[in-house]
Each structure stands twice: as structure tokens, then as C-alpha cells.
Design a protein around this ligand. Structure first.
Ligand code: NAD
Length: 490
């Protein structure tokens, strides 16, 4: 029998009261790793009740003391990085080096949140009127929750948790039911980092668990990362229940390749962006738009790169790309490739129907390139979330920017060029919250907000850095007058 995972509530591991559970599957081998309970509302209620109790003293704990468990956690995450990375690779499929890179980004968010004694400072103005001073202070909200996706089980919880708790809130995580094992390992480290009981809670589950979070009056704010359909739903239900919400959605990221680009660098970086993490990154390049003369040279090099990428179980040496997350995902991706071809695209590299020796049951889709994809074709508009790169061609940079801006998502747009004027124009005009210039994955570092636009984000304050501080605090204005001082004659 696979191990049944537990919730972490009030500083202790507890069995969920769930009657239903799902198998957690290693996508490379299709073997069952564990069983995840689909926790009902009563588990969420218990987590929120204990978090509300913990909040009473946690918010009174000086901020310099609140960051101490985070300093300890940084050391623990570094010590356990390899073990966490293997867990990510086993449940999510990416390669070990990708998993280690993911943990590095997680650690950086812990480091940034350790600056909370400075980050949380307010503002004031002495003598805003005669003898009257005005202050703006930031106070925590209470209990906050994050609902996270499958593709970064080690990193995405850290876009929220360190900032939330350092700012004085109590935090509840509902990880993706497809990759819940890494969270168990993270919470074991949270326990060692000495957060007081109730400050960091974990409730496993699926839709019903999410709905219980969205409807619970004790939860003040919800952070979400996942597909656009779910993001839109969560944003509206959370808002209808009077909660703050920041909801990051899906993406379809275009990359423009100018004729003056360093073609060797552009293709290498772009291939890593499109096929790294098997294309299951919200910042994966999924459409490449070559401009003018860039076309033949780019196609030749990107095809060679895609065809030679080493695919397999991500923990084995030399593997450059792992499987996609599930059998359904593989079927969906292969269906979209077929649809692309029947809609007029040419398949330059076909990643369907390939097997890996010793991992014949794994959910592998090899790198795939579709050429001559029409701007209104599904392959140009739908988030495929697999290792599929669609090629489009434009005659000028104007045309390329129009193609970039013709889509509904706005997570990322990149350009490869050696011309500063092209680069500036692109940066200035494209509708995307994260822009890369000669960069294939324009992922903001932890000291900057993760700025999705359009259908890639619902809300106003993004994850990470100062936006997180604002999201997880409410401002209080104090207007202050002291009669004896006020009436003093000068
Ligand atoms: P998903 O939307 O299926 O699931 C995300 C979370 O929502 C999970 O915890 C899941 O349990 C919950 N959920 C799913 N359907 C729900 C429903 N109907 N009601 C309530 N809760 C529900 O996303 P996923 O497949 O796990 O992740 C991949 C998606 O996440 C991609 O679209 C990707 O682009 C996106 N993503 C976006 C970013 C970003 O920064 N914008 C980052 C990473 C991933």
C-alpha cells in the first residue's frame, strides 16, 4: 500500500479526515509514489481555527524575531537541497539540475523575506497640519492561504509563505494534489525551523479543499498559481467572499528572433526555454517569431537542437528533458500536435509516439517543432504546456510586435537582437509583464515582482518582494495630535 500523506496542523502531522484519495505518480516510470488525501472542509476549518489562535501571539512577536525561523529555514533548505530536488524530479518529472535550480529560487525568496524588518516599514509626515503628525503603518491580515500548481512544487510555495509569515500572518498551503510529496518534506523542515504551532499549516486536497478555503470567513487573502481557467474562478469566488486575491494564470509566450541576433546563442537559449522542464513552465517560450532573414538559419539550428535533446528519467545523468506530468497531459499534447498539422502547420520535429527503454510506461513527449503556424491556429493561441514550439514568421519588427500583442496572455515576451533600438522598442511596446532581451526565461528574481499581465494574472499585487509585503499587510493611518504640544505658542 502506498503511504498516505498527512496534513500539518498546529505544529503536528495529522491524518486527514478524507474518505477519498488519489495516487501520486512518478511520470517517468508511471509508478505510484504515495496517496494524497482529498481533505474535506472540516480539515480546512481545523487548520484555520488553530491558525487564528496562533495569529494572536504571532502578530505581537517583533518582526526581528519573526524572521529568525526563516534564517534557520534557509540553512535547512540548503542542507536538504539534493533530497528536495530528487523529490521534485520524482513527482514532477523535471531533471535534477532543473529541480536544484528551482530550489535555489525558493531559497532566494526566503532570503528576501528575511529583510522584513526593513520591508514592512511604513511612512510618516510630521506636521502634516499644525502640530499634527500622520503615520502609515503596515499590519498583518490574519490567516492567508496559497493554492499552488504542479510544475514548481519546491519553489512556488516560497513566492508567498516567507513574506506572509515574516509580515506577521499565519499561512496555509494547499499544494497541487499531483505533486504533494515535496510539500511534506518542506513542512518537515518548517517544523525544524521552529515556527510556533499554527503559523504554517498544510492541508492536502483538490477542488473541494480549495472551495473550503475560498469560502472560509477566517481566511483573509488567497494567493493562487495555476491555469487561467482556475485562476479566473478563484479570483472571482475569493473576491465574492470579500478576500484579497492574487491569481497567476497560464501563458503562451512569444519570442521574436531578429535577423541581427546572435543566432547560435538565440537558438540555444530559446530551445532551453521551449523544451526545458518539458515545456511545463509558465515562462516557457512556446511561439518563436522569426523576422525577415532570420528564418532559415534559425530553423536549421533549432531543429538540430530539438532532435538531439536527450530525454529520459530526470534523475539519470546526462538527461536534458523529462516526461510531462500525466498520461492525460501526454494525450492532450499529442492531440494538439495532430490538430496543428491538420490545421496546416508542418511538423519539422515530431515528438509523438516515442518510448524510453526501461521507462516504457512513462509519459514522454519528445521535443516537437511546428512550422508555418497561422496566428489564429490553436497551436498559436492555446497553452500547450508541453515541449512544443510553434514557428511563425514576420517581415518586420512591427509585424512581429503585432503578433506578440495579438494574444490574450501576457506572462512573458522576449526578443533576440543585437540592435539596441529594436530591443528598446520591443520592451516599450509589448503587452507582457515580464520581458526578456536576449534572455529565454525572463523570470524575475525574488527582489522583483513576478509581473504577469492579461489573462496570465488576475489581481493587482504580484508575487515576491515589495508586492508581497503590500499584499500580506493592510495599511493603517494614524493622525495624531497632543493637546499640550498643539496649543503651545511659538
Ligand atoms: P491547475 O489550475 O490545474 O491547478 C492549480 C491548483 O488549483 C491545484 O492546487 C489544484 O488542486 C487547484 N484546482 C484545479 N482545478 C480547480 C478547480 N476547478 N477548482 C478549485 N481548485 C482547482 O494548474 P496546474 O495544471 O497544476 O498547473 C499548470 C498551470 O499553471 C499552467 O497553466 C501554467 O502556465 C500555470 N502556471 C502559471 C504560473 C505563473 O506564474 N503565471 C506559474 C506556474 C504555473
Amino acid at each position: 500500500m502506498p503511504e498516505r500523506l498527512q496534513n500539518f496542523i498546529d505544529g503536528a502531522w495529522r491524518a486527514s479526515s478524507a474518505t477519498q484519495a488519489l495516487n501520486v505518480i512518478n511520470p517517468a516510470s508511471a509508478t505510484v509514489l504515495a496517496e494524497v488525501p482529498l481533505s474535506p472542509a472540516q480539515d480546512v476549518n481545523l487548520a484555520v481555527e488553530t491558525a487564528e489562535r496562533a495569529f494572536i501571539s504571532w502578530r505581537r512577536t517583533p518582526v526581528v524575531d519573526r524572521v529568525q525561523p526563516l534564517f534557520k529555514l534557509k540553512m535547512l533548505l540548503e542542507e536538504h537541497r539534493d533530497e528536495l530536488a530528487l523529490s521534485i524530479t520524482d513527482e514532477c518529472g523535471k531533471t535534477l539540475s532543473e529541480s536544484k535550480g528551482e530550489m535555489q529560487r525558493a531559497i532566494e525568496n526566503v532570503e528576501t523575506a528575511c529583510g522584513m524588518p526593513t520591508l514592512i516599514q511604513g511612512t510618516n509626515c510630521e506636521d502634516i497640519a499644525a502640530g499634527i503628525d500622520e503615520h502609515m503603518i503596515r499590519q498583518p491580515l490574519g490567516v492567508v492561504a496559497a493554492i499552488t500548481p504542479f510544475n514548481f512544487p519546491g519553489m512556488i510555495p516560497f513566492w508567498f509563505m516567507p513574506y506572509a509569515v515574516a509580515a506577521g500572518n499565519c499561512f496555509l498551503l494547499k499544494p497541487s494534489e499531483r505533486v504533494p510529496i515535496t510539500s511534506q518534506k518542506l513542512y518537515a523542515l518548517f517544523q525544524q525551523a521552529d515556527f510556533p504551532p499554527g503559523v504554517v499549516q498544510l492541508v492536502n486536497g483538490g477542488r473541494d479543499t480549495v472551495n473550503a478555503i475560498l469560502d472560509h470567513p477566517g481566511i483573509r487573502a488567497v494567493s493562487f498559481v495555476g491555469s487561467t481557467a482556475t485562476a479566473r474562478y478563484i479570483y472571482s469566488r475569493a473576491a465574492a467572499n470579500g478576500k484579497r486575491a492574487q491569481c497567476q494564470g497560464g501563458a503562451k509566450n512569444p519570442v521574436v528572433v531578429m535577423p541581427d541576433a546572435d543566432m547560435e546563442m538565440a537558438t540555444r537559449i530559446l530551445a532551453d526555454s521551449a523544451f526545458g522542464c518539458a515545456g511545463q513552465r509558465c515562462l516557457a517560450a512556446s511561439v518563436a517569431i522569426t523576422v525577415g532573414e532570420a528564418r532559415p538559419g534559425f530553423i536549421e539550428q533549432i531543429v538540430a537542437n530539438a532532435a538531439n535533446r536527450k530525454v529520459g528519467y530526470g534523475a539519470e545523468p546526462g538527461i536534458e528533458m523529462g516526461p510531462v506530468i500525466s498520461a492525460e497531459s501526454k494525450t492532450r499534447i499529442e492531440g494538439l500536435i495532430a490538430k496543428g498539422a491538420s490545421g496546416g502547420a508542418r511538423i519539422l520535429v515530431d515528438g509523438r509516439g516515442r518510448k524510453i527503454p526501461e521507462y516504457e510506461d512513462g509519459y514522454f513527449v519528445f521535443p516537437t517543432i511546428l512550422d508555418d503556424v497561422a496566428p489564429d491556429a490553436e497551436a498559436a493561441r492555446t497553452e500547450i504546456f508541453g515541449p512544443v514550439l510553434s514557428l511563425m514568421h514576420a517581415s518586420t519588427i512591427e509585424e512581429a510586435i503585432a503578433l506578440v500583442n495579438g494574444r490574450s496572455y501576457g506572462n512573458m515576451a522576449c526578443i533576440f537582437t543585437t540592435d539596441g533600438a529594436n530591443a528598446r522598442r520591443f520592451r516599450y511596446e509589448v503587452n507582457a509583464g515580464n520581458v526578456g532581451i536576449n534572455v529565454g526565461v525572463a523570470a524575475p528574481m525574488s527582489t522583483f515582482p513576478f509581473s504577469g499581465w492579461g489573462e496570465s494574472f488576475f489581481g493587482d499585487l504580484h508575487a515576491q518582494a515589495q508586492h508581497s509585503v503590500e499584499f500580506f499587510t493592510q495599511t493603517k493611518i494614524v493622525v495624531e495630535r497632543w493637546p499640550r504640544e498643539w496649543s503651545r505658542k511659538f
